[in-house]
Write a protein that binds this ligand. Structure first.
Ligand code: SAM
Length: 272
């Protein structure tokens, strides 16, 4: 059963927990969004599901009830103990999800999904780690800060367009999205939240680690002319980008934020 506001407050009191901002402890107290998360993830029995930051366990309890195999990562030692003692089938570790993005799940051979109300401070860096795994989750249903959701799914010519928009959209398509009111959390966050459902593309494109690093470096100077940025960076990738743009008749005075995702993909292929 998903936890209501009263049940969450009672549980936190029993555990003597005062929600910590540094760990993004804004607990979901709207059962309708727990149900929606499971529905969007198309959860069925025997699914392998990773949950980041189970907290009081409002999503976890429902995932267990659906007879899924849950792998969880929780940084707060008291909440970790609570989840471990409440659901003995959950494989949970008390660690940082940035270091263990899918916990103890071996992301190399099994299809798996991710369902998480993410701690907002680590959302983008954690997602970046996920995109580097040898096997990617088939679906992810993620509660994130609206500002992050907007950046992740922005397109070229927008101030929000960033390297993560390129890497994520090359791999996942956005299936559903909805805003979630502040009152759906306890304590209420200062920022707006969005629930996203992402599905791995049938023909997805991944960028090599060093190429990603180069693209990030180019975006540090996103408002400068790309030809000048490449001259300053002076790396083999920079030289390849200049040749690639010239071969494709793309003006060297354009800016990184103006190049569409498919151009970055073709450049990445050229670097292999
Ligand atoms: N899933 C619960 C819910 O929906 O109510 C809690 C979500 S709360 C937004 C984020 C949770 O992530 C908290 O339980 C917090 O302790 C945990 N957390 C924060 N930083 C973390 C990190 N770096 N690694 C793992 N868990 C973290």
């Amino acid at each position: 059963m998903a936890l209501t506001l009263l049940q969450t407050k009672d549980l936190l009191k029993q555990l003597a927990i005062h929600p910590k901002r540094k760990w993004g402890q804004n607990f979901l107290v709207a059962p309708a969004f727990v149900e929606r998360s499971l529905k969007w993830a198309q959860i069925k029995s025997d699914d392998v599901v990773v949950e980041v930051g189970p907290g009081c366990g409002t999503l976890t309890g429902n995932l267990v009830q659906e007879k899924t195999h849950v792998f969880a990562i929780e940084k707060d030692p008291v909440l970790f103990e609570h989840v471990r003692n409440t659901w003995n089938t959950v494989c949970i570790i008390c660690e940082d999800a940035v270091q263990y993005p899918v916990g103890l799940h071996k992301a190399d051979d099994t299809n798996y999904k991710i369902v998480a109300n993410l701690p907002y401070a680590i959302a983008s860096i954690w997602l970046d780690r996920i995109l580097e795994l040898p096997q990617l989750p088939t679906r992810m249903v993620l509660m994130v800060q609206t500002e992050a959701a907007d950046r992740w799914f922005s397109r070229e010519n927008s101030k929000k367009f960033c390297p993560l928009s390129i890497f994520l959209q090359s791999t996942y398509q956005l299936e559903h999205k909805c805003t979630v009111a502040k009152r759906c959390f306890y304590p209420q966050p200062k920022v707006d939240s969005t629930l996203l459902s992402l599905v791995k593309r049938p023909q997805y494109f991944t960028f090599e680690h060093t190429c990603k690093q180069f693209i990030r470096n180019v975006f540090v100077h996103r408002r400068q002319q790309i030809g000048r940025v490449c001259k300053e960076l002076q790396s083999p990738y920079a030289r390849t980008l200049i040749s690639f743009l010239q071969e494709n008749a793309i003006d060297l005075s354009c800016r990184a934020e103006c190049l569409p995702i498919d151009v970055w993909q073709r450049f990445a292929l050229r670097c292999r």
